[in-house]
Write a protein that binds this ligand. Sequence first.
Ligand code: BV8
Length: 230
Amino acid sequence: MRKEKIVVFSGAGMSAESGLKTFRDSDGLWEEYNVYEVATPEAWIADQEKVLHFYNLRRRQLLTAEPNAAHRALAELEAKADVRIITQNIDDLHERAGSISVLHLHGELRKARSSGNPNYVVSIDGSELVRGDVCPSGFQLRPHVVWFGEAVPMMEPAVEWVREADRLLVIGTSLNVYPAAGLVHEVGQGVPVTVFDPGSMDHFQLGEAEHIKYPAGEAVPKWVQDFISE
Ligand code: BV8
């Protein structure tokens, strides 16, 4: 029998219980940093050191973080369903938990890209990417992430995955960032959507979606157990 196609759309709340800061919660990243000074092409032109340092700090934190129960539950779900994960997160916690199909809409913290040749992408060994780290053609390496004001090249495959889904799980995203947030409206007619987020989602038209208002680390393992034992 064909396995149900479950698409997961995750954001920073997915990794909150692994100790990684979200963006917009009270103690979030944007409390400490001005996004336009560390996560835009203009910031990169203005002060490469500051941008590299911002991502080095997050990479150091990531190297000490572990996948949480929600990441692990999604990997276990693959025994019973065809699971595809679209994440806005640049951490590798879904992969480290064992998920095999992960699409990073906004890039990957542990990879670097040539600032002169977007096709040259390499893994960063350890946590530090500094000025003087260059590609073979001599261009400075930059974080392999999508900054605000930059196009989202993986949007098309992500839309395809959501359109083909039999079910969509939205976990830990405030749905503030576009075009990513628009994925929620790409599900087929009548496809069930479940949102896992302790915060209110009143600002977003969730329509028929079920909203489970508990932390992912608690609610996702329970949901997966119920699904697997169905
Ligand atoms: C684009 C990578 C066009 C980097 C990210 C003005 C100028 C320029 C652009 C714009 C503008 N106005 C609007 C825009 C568009 C802009 C945008 O949407 N801005 C927003 C802020 C209004 N979008 C863009 O710029 C995009 N590109 O539009 O390009 C274009 C087209 C063609 C050619 C050229 C250009 C690119 C956006 C990508 C930016 N990069 N990340 C990095 O990480 O440093 S975005 C980053 O922020 C994340 O990837 C993610 O997408 C977003 C964070 O959102 P969330 O993940 O939702 O996190 P948040 O903290 O908001 O929410 C956490 C949620 O978890 C909360 O709901 C909370 O309640 C919940 N939670 C907390 N704890 C738990 C939990 N849930 C469960 N369990 C828990 N324990």
